[in-house]
Ligand binder design. Structure first.
Ligand code: AMP
Length: 114
């Protein structure tokens, strides 16, 4: 797949406000936050869309979820609640083709989404 801005963040070629990192996952604040807390959790390995995740990457996909929940607990808003979202392709509103889990918190979320 072609390189994206998120791979450049992983390689530290462009700046980002990184809040969490381990061997496989990187998390940084969204440049255009939609909530008081808006953090993106990405695999360091580039995968274009959720459609491209293969069974061998199931653990990696799960690690994004666990990292997001751990961050919400650490920051003290897990009990109040939050939303995680992964947009896929055009109808999902995906704009960066390197999978990322949006963690949104710090305010009441509406449902259904627009
Ligand atoms: P999506 O529309 O689901 O693909 O989400 C992409 C997200 O990446 C958007 O919420 C953007 O605001 C965010 N974004 C784009 N470029 C950057 C960047 N350089 N640093 C942080 N967030 C970014």
């Amino acid at each position: 797949m072609s390189d994206t801005i998120f791979s450049k963040i992983v390689r530290r070629e462009i700046p980002a406000d990184i809040v969490f990192e381990n061997d496989t996952v990187l998390a940084f604040r969204d440049l255009n936050p939609q909530a008081p807390v808006h953090v993106l959790f990405i695999p360091k390995e580039p995968i274009a869309t959720l459609n491209d995740v293969v069974p061998e990457q199931a653990e990696l996909a799960g690690q994004l979820m666990i990292a997001a929940a751990d961050y919400a607990k650490q920051e003290g808003f897990a009990e109040d609640g939050y939303r995680v979202v992964m947009n896929c392709n055009q109808h999902g509103g995906q704009s960066v083709y390197h999978i990322h889990l949006h963690l949104l918190g710090g305010r009441q979320m509406a449902w259904p989404p627009g």
